[in-house]
Design a protein around this ligand. Structure first.
Ligand SMILES: [Mg+2]
Length: 376
């Protein structure tokens, strides 16, 4: 028998927005540089006084998706939702998956909006809707982009002086260059603060073996994406020889990847990102596989605003085996179009609101001036 409360709620209209947000300074990783976040917002309206809001941040060199492709793909996906029950999140997302393969980034914006809407419908903060509590202490790292050893040491020192207690460092050069970078950073910030590193797939397996060994004395917590994603089946062998724990990032998109990596004993940690997994539903599936396999996880981001990172924070509060937090993208933005949502405190602490849903929204004035399309 259908619950009348649920069946009476229908999706009437979906608005798709292009959001382009300048960064304070260019952010460089081994895959290239970005100067702006080029994101998409999805707003799902209903026949009642309730809507859901979601966001995604496509990184073309990692997702194979762009703001333009997301904007185009979102339109036929939105048509599939019209007239349907938004609370049947699984059914709605299955329909999106059947309509088009891949495209996890734009699908994650729909997923986020549906979860926001459902949590609001239940009058619960999203973390509570997901079965979590607001007791976990979340502290984000701050990421040093790729540059010269001197530039990177200067940036790392400024982050430490601003109170951050976890520093992530982008790498991806020769062994000599990357050791010089980490050595300069250690000299600048001392030995007390853990460093986590990320090669973004730039090393060959041979370089990875040499660099991980050479970096062992520098107090490295873990290394993300040491080798190309297509070579993920080599991670287990690399892990066995590495003095530094390895973390899967680009090799881990969805729960199917998680299952394969766990089966291979490929890595020590997973890096879960909503825009890689396709959203919260699949992120929960990854977290469950990780927990079953005894793998701890980090959450990460691309260039989401505080809205996307607020949704990520709610997910973190619902998963006990997530222990590292890379949630710094809004801190790199020159503008903040979000009202409500997470608040960054001292030492990178991420405070999560107890408002219903994600608890964050884009201001109406901000949305009104964006390029947009409405499907109804
Ligand atoms: Mg990474």
């Amino acid at each position: 028998m259908t619950n009348p409360l649920h069946s009476s709620l229908k999706i009437t209209r979906v608005a798709i927005y292009k959001m382009t947000i300048p960064l304070k300074s260019p952010f460089v990783i081994s895959l290239g540089a970005i100067t702006h976040a080029e994101n998409i917002a999805i707003k799902i309206h209903t026949n009642q006084n309730i809507y859901g809001i979601g966001e995604c941040s496509p990184f073309p060199t990692i997702h194979g998706e762009t703001q333009e492709t997301n904007f185009a793909v979102a339109q036929p996906l939105s048509r599939l939702l019209i007239g349907k029950n938004p609370l049947a999140i699984g059914d709605r997302l299955d329909e999106l998956d059947r309509a088009i393969a891949f495209n996890p980034c734009i699908k994650s914006a729909f997923d986020m909006a549906l979860y926001d809407l459902a949590a609001k419908h239940c009058q619960l903060p999203l973390y509570a809707f997901l079965g979590g509590s607001n007791e976990k202490v979340i502290h984000t790292d701050m990421t040093v982009g790729l540059g010269s050893a001197h530039e990177m040491a200067t940036e790392a020192l400024s982050f430490v002086q601003h109170g951050f207690r976890d520093i992530k460092v982008k790498l991806g050069g020769s062994t000599e260059e990357d050791v010089e970078r980490i050595s300069a950073i250690r000299t600048a910030i001392g030995d007390d603060i853990p460093l986590r590193i990320d090669a973004n797939q730039a090393w060959t397996e041979t370089i990875a073996r040499a660099t991980l060994k050479a970096l062992a004395p520098f107090g490295i917590e873990h290394c993300e994406a040491p080798i190309p994603r297509w070579n993920a089946h080599r991670l287990a062998s690399l892990k066995n020889d590495s003095p530094i724990p390895l973390m899967a990032d680009e090799a881990l998109f969805d729960h199917h990847d998680a299952q394969r990596l766990a089966h291979w004993h490929a890595v020590d940690y997973f890096n879960i990102k909503l825009t890689k997994s396709g959203g919260i539903r699949n992120a929960l599936r990854i977290a469950a596989i990780a927990e079953g396999a005894g793998i701890y996880s980090q959450v990460g981001c691309f260039s989401e605003t505080r809205l996307g990172i607020s949704a990520l924070a709610h997910f973190v509060l619902a998963c006990s085996n997530i222990i590292h937090y890379d949630m710094d993208s809004p801190l790199m933005h020159a503008e903040d179009p979000v009202q409500g949502g997470i608040v960054y405190g001292e030492q990178g602490i991420v405070n999560v609101p107890d408002d219903i849903g994600i608890g964050a929204d884009f201001t109406p004035d901000y949305l009104a001036q964006l390029e947009q399309e409405t499907i109804q």
